[in-house]
Design a protein around this ligand. Structure first.
Ligand code: CP3
Length: 361
């Protein structure tokens, strides 16, 4: 496979703590329901999974936000729950509802039955290759997967949860089964992300969306080591011979930043509860940081959005250190963008990040 040269490598440079002319920005869930064109394509596809399973539709919606805003990265359009689906759990999304699995994993028998088959995720690999070609080197493409712990939450609960009662019951009463499930997910996720890298993903991100619901002890015993094993198994060089940064995002992970910085990840994603300056002091620029504007801030008037974005940039501070070396900051929201977000606010946000961050060089 031959690739056209990348025109905008600012995101990759920031993730690897290299010099950048401004702070790059992309938004979690940037392709999604706040965009009318996304809703139109989703209607054509019939359902969310219809969209995700078609490489053509997935390519179309991945590119939609880039046509509206000068974002510095694209993210594969898919979902973290494709992996349990490819273990035979039967994923569906009802209209206006969250995800649901037809089967759950709660005992030995159901754990044994859950066998990952990478061939069932051919549609994702094909989407990655198609999106990479369609981007034509405009910006890099981020691939992603859910962390083993976060996937385990959905597999045990069978859907989203308010209290994680089922998955925590299993974790506390049958830690051996929990570990068995995490082991399977570690293997599956390594295969899955390496297939995305081989197909052309230029960075990969592990979403540990529910790591933050665990106790300190349980996070360090179950969630973090599983993510670390995934990271250790990932390719570092992509299909084009370039370095592929590895990103670890733990929602609610501010308490464990120092431990997360030791996992081998190149960049840590942060939710909005953590101050970036404090995060930087704790990690000493050993990793780049990604985040972390509160997505709900986008409902305030434009002047507030601008002021809050500037606060995030200023809290990270000048990326270049006194000794000439660089820290890395990639601007993002602290979690996915809300479907109710006014589009003009996103345009104002991206412009503010690009303009203000130039004054920090
Ligand atoms: O960021 C992007 O633009 C890439 C696409 C992406 C989606 N899901 C598309 C999506 C990514 C990276 C995800 C990750 C994901 N999926 C996570 C981790 C990130 C996070 O939010 O913490 C999680 C926990 C999921 C599971 C999931 N998928 C839920 C809980 C839901 C329903 C929530 C909702 O907003 O309805 C989804 C569905 C989903 N995944 C949508 C999109 C655009 C909305 C579905 C629709 O169009 O109806």
């Amino acid at each position: 496979m031959s690739y056209v040269p990348l025109k905008n490598d600012v995101f990759l440079r920031a993730a690897l703590r290299q010099a950048t002319p401004y702070t790059p920005v992309w938004l979690m869930r940037q392709a999604g329901r706040y965009l009318p064109e996304y809703k139109a394509t989703r209607a054509k596809a019939g359902s969310f999974m219809g969209l995700a399973k078609s490489p053509n539709y997935a390519t179309e919606v991945t590119l939609q936000p880039l046509e509206r805003f000068p974002l510095d990265a694209a993210i594969l359009f898919s979902d973290i729950l494709t992996v349990p689906d490819a273990m035979g759990l039967g994923l569906s999304f009802g209209e206006g509802e969250g995800p649901r699995f037809a089967k759950t994993v709660r005992d030995e028998a159901s754990l044994k039955e859950a066998v990952f088959d990478l061939n069932q995720l051919r549609y994702v690999v094909d989407a990655v290759a198609s999106i990479r070609q369609a981007l034509g080197g405009k910006v890099p493409l981020i691939g992603f997967a859910g962390s083993p712990w976060t996937l385990a939450c959905y597999m045990v609960e069978g859907k989203g949860s308010d209290d994680y009662r089922q998955v925590k019951t299993l974790m506390y009463s049958r830690p051996d089964l929990m570990q068995g499930l995490l082991d399977k997910l570690v293997d599956a996720t390594i295969q899955y992300l390496n297939a995305q890298i081989d197909a052309g993903a230029q960075a990969v991100m592990l979403f540990d969306s529910w790591g933050g619901v665990l106790s300190h002890d349980a996070y360090l015993r179950f969630a973090l080591p599983a993510s670390q094993r995934v990271l250790a198994g990932l390719k570092r060089i992509g299909a084009d011979g370039q370095r592929v940064p590895h990103i670890l995002f733990t929602k609610g992970g501010g308490l464990w930043l120092q431990e997360m910085a030791e996992t081998g990840a190149d960049m840590l994603g942060l939710d909005w509860t953590m101050d970036l300056g404090r995060a930087r002091a704790l990690t000493q620029d050993r990793v780049a940081l990604q985040g972390n504007l509160d997505p709900m801030c986008l409902f305030a008037p434009p002047a507030v959005v601008q002021a809050e974005a500037i606060k995030v940039l200023d809290s990270f501070g000048r990326p270049q250190r006194a000794d000439g070396s660089w820290g890395g900051h990639v601007f993002n929201l602290g979690h996915g963008i809300s479907q109710h977000t006014p589009i003009e606010q996103v345009a104002a946000l991206v412009e503010t990040v690009h303009n203000h961050s130039r004054t920090l060089r």
